[in-house]
Ligand binder design. Structure first.
Ligand SMILES: Nc1ncnc2c1ncn2[C@@H]1O[C@H](COP(=O)(O)OP(=O)(O)OP(=O)(O)O)[C@@H](O)[C@H]1O
Length: 317
């Protein structure tokens, strides 16, 4: 559905996108992650036909964004990472305005707008002025705006940024519904654990290049090859630690007040066997668990030592 080939964008001498190549299949929810300034918004603006690439191609639904921008715009709903000015629109009027600008007949708009407001949980705010809505509500209204022409592809640039935890959960629930409706969604975010719950695939971008792409589960499995186990025993912690050190697949062991931390390179079965050996050896195992690897860990691991051009810090909301 989205096909990006060797996409490059330069601003003067500065290369914001560097031969970016990636494909996103129809119906996929794709999480686009990367440090500040990595090139996410640039990629999304090109896909939204708002910015021209310096070289390379980007296609949506088979249409080239430069050659067939009108066709692309029919297919996509784009939510930018900034708010517009709303003047004195009420929520309904705002959606009506966008619906009309897409050429949707009035009778259809009258039916569609209440449905959209319901989808984004704003039915009760239909007659409120947009400026009086909270940030989370404005974000949801903005999402509803992207949906007026029933696009197949949604390009959402940080839709949850700046929202409080509750508002983020609401946004996530709406995105789940959109996924269930079969939309192809590309969503950028710094909030990695939240992305993990709703995306099928992630792509990690840094310095304008795609440095990793894959199913969330595959990337997490890759991380598992270097998993850390937390083990707690009743008494005999030092003995248990030195026993663990001698076991296969164990690469490092250290202890602290929380217990024993075991760096482990084996598979799930090896991990299970390690527990059996510990118990058979007579250690009183209180807990034996794998430290969770979430997307945040994956991201930090992949971008280790890196950073963006102008901001070295990786922002994790
Ligand atoms: N109009 C512009 N002129 C010059 N440089 C620009 C322009 N727009 C973006 N850049 C630079 O291009 C790089 C990529 O920016 P982009 O906004 O795509 O990154 P991003 O991954 O979306 O970052 P963030 O997470 O902070 O939104 C940044 O270094 C940015 O400063």
């Amino acid at each position: 559905m989205i096909d990006i080939m060797q996409l490059t964008k330069r601003y003067g001498n500065f290369t914001a996108l560097d031969s970016l190549t990636m494909q996103i299949d129809k119906g996929t929810v794709f999480g686009f992650v990367g440090p500040n300034g990595a090139g996410k918004s640039t990629t999304m603006s090109i896909l939204a036909t708002l910015l021209s690439p310096t070289s390379g191609t980007a296609k949506v639904g088979g249409y080239d964004v430069t050659e067939k921008p009108k066709e692309v715009r029919k297919l996509i709903g784009y939510m930018p990472d900034f708010f517009g000015v709303y003047d004195n629109f009420k929520a309904t009027e705002y959606l009506d305005f966008y619906g009309a600008s897409y050429g949707i007949p009035r009778a259809e708009r009258l039916k569609l707008i209440p449905q959209l407001l319901e989808l984004v949980n704003l039915s009760e705010k239909a007659d409120f002025y947009v400026d009086s809505l909270s940030r989370g509500m404005k974000q949801r209204l903005c999402l509803a705006r992207c949906l007026v022409h029933e696009p197949e592809v949604l390009i959402l640039d940080e839709p949850a940024s700046g929202l409080d935890p509750r508002a983020r959960i609401e946004m996530r629930e709406i995105l789940k519904e959109l996924k269930a409706m079969g939309k192809t969604i590309i969503i950028s975010s710094h909030i990695l654990p939240e992305l993990a719950e709703m995306v099928d695939e992630i792509g990690v971008i840094e310095y304008g290049k795609l440095i990793a792409k894959g199913k969330v589960s595959d990337i997490q499995n890759r991380m598992k090859a270097n998993r850390v186990l937390h083990v707690r025993v009743v008494g005999g912690m030092e003995e248990a630690a030195s026993y663990l050190e001698q076991q296969s697949h164990v690469t490092m062991v250290f202890t602290d007040e929380k217990g024993i931390h075991v760096h482990f390179g084996g598979a799930d079965e090896d991990q299970a066997k390690l527990l059996i050996r510990l118990v058979e050896k007579g250690f009183q195992v209180l807990s034996f668990s794998e430290a969770l690897t979430n997307l945040e860990d994956v991201f930090l691991e992949i971008t280790k030592g890196g950073g963006a051009h102008d901001e070295q810090q990786i922002k994790l909301d």
